[in-house]
Write a protein that binds this ligand. Structure first.
Ligand code: ADP
Length: 244
């Protein structure tokens, strides 16, 4: 998995991310949307809300009900995935909701719901991190007040080495996987999971590496939001000018 010169099977160094691309606001029917390509992962996120909660009895008097649903398309994996929600999808829906909710000012929307639908179109390891990162952008696109963007990235251990951003093969053949999510402005960690075994020193190194990865992805996230609003502003200006 790692050659003598230190290159991983896809040509990356130990501390390199896979290429990441964002698109924002492409779904017309959703209040906010985002699309992310992270390596071979392709994930689409639609946000609906603030809107009425269904079923109504789930609404809360003190805050909005914030729910994320993570779903993998049947064609998103090597072998056709059963379209029925799996235990894994239920777990990921829960941890993604919990990773993002601290960033949302839910207290501003009592009795209201905010629903997020995450569709994994293609997967190659690290879909929970990519989903969290894209969901936060889709919430920003929906104009929902947030404290900060949430960004996620994993590190792990492959053939005895700590590496950043594991692909599916590295995840399967490696010794450990450590996905984390943070709100970079305050350095709060809202997701920390670990699969496999690491010594205390390895954990420290992997944790620091994942935080650095998050910070790199955070710059890309902010840049894509800025670009989206610059092009939107330009489009509005052109429209106003042509009307004049
Ligand atoms: P994450 O995608 O967050 O790394 P996992 O570690 O559970 O989550 O999954 C790693 C990868 O395994 C996924 O990204 C996907 O490529 C693959 N995978 C997950 N579930 C299935 C499945 N039911 N069938 C085939 N491949 C799957």
């Amino acid at each position: 998995m790692i050659d003598e010169a230190g290159f991983r099977f896809d040509g990356r160094r130990w501390d390199e991310l896979r290429p990441i691309k964002f698109d924002i606001g492409m779904l017309e029917k959703a209040n906010g949307s985002a699309y992310i390509e992270w390596g071979k992962n392709k994930i689409l996120v639609g946000v609906f809300g603030p809107r009425e909660v269904h079923p109504r009895h789930l609404s809360r008097v003190d805050k909005a009900v914030f729910r994320c649903r993570y779903h993998m398309a049947p064609f998103s994996t090597e072998e056709r995935k059963n379209p029925a929600p799996s235990r894994r999808e239920i777990e990921l829906s829960k941890i993604i909701t919990e990773a993002i909710e601290p960033s949302v000012f839910t207290e501003l929307y009592p009795r209201i719901g905010i629903d997020v639908y995450i569709e994994v179109l293609q997967s190659d390891g690290g879909t929970r991190c990519a989903s969290i990162t894209a969901t936060s952008l889709a919430l920003a696109d929906a104009g929902i007040p947030i404290r900060d963007l949430v960004v996620a990235c994993a590190s792990g251990k492959v053939e005895g080495q700590i590496v950043l951003d594991l692909s599916n093969m590295e995840d399967q053949k490696g010794e450990a996987d450590l996905p984390i999510a943070i709100m970079p402005r305050t350095n709060e960690v809202s997701l920390l999971q670990m699969d496999g075994n690491l010594t205390e020193d390895e954990f420290d190194k992997a944790f620091k590496l994942a935080i650095e990865g998050c910070r790199k992805v955070y710059s890309l996230q902010k840049e894509s939001l800025r670009n989206k609003y610059i092009s939107l502003k330009e489009a509005i200006n052109t429209e106003v000018k042509s009307e004049e």
